[in-house]
Design a protein around this ligand. Structure first.
Ligand SMILES: NC(=O)c1ccc[n+]([C@@H]2O[C@H](COP(=O)([O-])OP(=O)(O)OC[C@H]3O[C@@H](n4cnc5c(N)ncnc54)[C@H](O)[C@@H]3O)[C@@H](O)[C@H]2O)c1
Length: 248
């Protein structure tokens, strides 16, 4: 498979290595300093594009792939308010698109257990739920896309919760949260080089239940993105990673 990498930062470089290990070929690499190479002609040399850039640049890159008719895998987070527009453009133009807030297999298993646990906790209203996420200090968006998916999984299954609220917390200087009873509080921490840690906490007066996922490095995200490229290259339509990982 021939791959175009849109975004050649921390993730783009790991994806390149894993793709080559899996016998794929990188035919185009686009970063902030070679935008002029992002032409339909160059994109069409690839069977699929993998996009890990920034919230400010992802929409333009998706549009280029749609115009060139090249399937795209999107890992960039922090732009999901635009998703309905992208879904419509994808379907109207007969394009191929797959995205994930988190491409790791382990996190997608975690998402599934989180939904089951939230449904179960409906019978136990004396537990209060909260989500915590920790990421490296260069991360541009807060809360993480992964934490949003976790909170949405809780809201869909736990009747008492209607929406999420976020606070970015400084460990030395904890912020007050103004969460209401029907809010899921997401606390975000930015610490050194942490690749990504997410915890769902159900706390009562007598005990605490914690469901935690810790990424040890970025390889799991990168492998998932390459698997998504292999999966989507011969499909048409708008997909999320749940369509690919059969966890039912
Ligand atoms: N979905 C997932 O599984 C997953 C996992 C890890 C990271 N992410 C997300 O992926 C994105 C990238 O993460 P990263 O750690 O590689 O960040 P990074 O900052 O290391 O890399 C981003 C790269 O994009 C480049 N860039 C800037 N403008 C561009 C443009 N117009 N076109 C192409 N590239 C451009 C930057 O120069 C930089 O090299 C972030 O949004 C992050 O939250 C998602």
């Amino acid at each position: 498979m021939k791959i175009a990498l849109l975004g050649y930062g921390k993730m783009g470089k790991i994806i390149e290595k894993i793709a080559i290990d899996r016998k794929h070929e990188i035919v185009l690499k686009i970063d902030h300093d070679n935008q002029h190479d992002l032409t339909a002609e160059n994109l069409q040399k690839a069977d699929v594009a993998i996009e890990f850039s920034t919230p400010a640049t992802v929409l333009g890159n998706i549009e280029h792939c749609f115009n060139a008719g090249v399937p795209i895998v999107v890992g960039t987070t922090g732009w999901y308010d635009q998703m309905p527009k992208i879904k419509q453009q994808c379907q109207e133009g007969d394009n191929s698109f797959i995205y994930a807030t988190n491409f790791s297999v382990g996190v997608n298993i975690f998402f599934h257990i989180n939904r089951i646990l939230a449904k179960l906790m409906n019978k136990h209203p004396y537990y209060e739920v909260q989500v915590e996420e920790i990421h490296h200090i260069q991360k541009l968006d807060a809360p993480s896309g992964t934490a949003i998916t976790i909170a949405e999984g809780i809201i869909e299954n736990l009747d008492a919760k209607k929406q999420w609220v976020n606070i970015l917390t400084d460990t030395n200087n904890p912020a007050d949260d103004n969460a209401k009873v029907d809010d899921v509080l997401i606390e975000s921490y930015r610490i050194d080089s942490v690749p990504g840690t997410h915890t769902v906490i159900y706390d009562s007066e007598v005990d605490t239940i914690e469901l935690k996922h810790t990424a040890h490095n970025r390889n799991g995200f990168a492998l998932g993105a390459v698997l998504a490229a292999e999966w989507v290259q011969d499909k048409k339509g708008f997909f999320s990673v749940e369509d690919m990982f059969d966890l039912a």
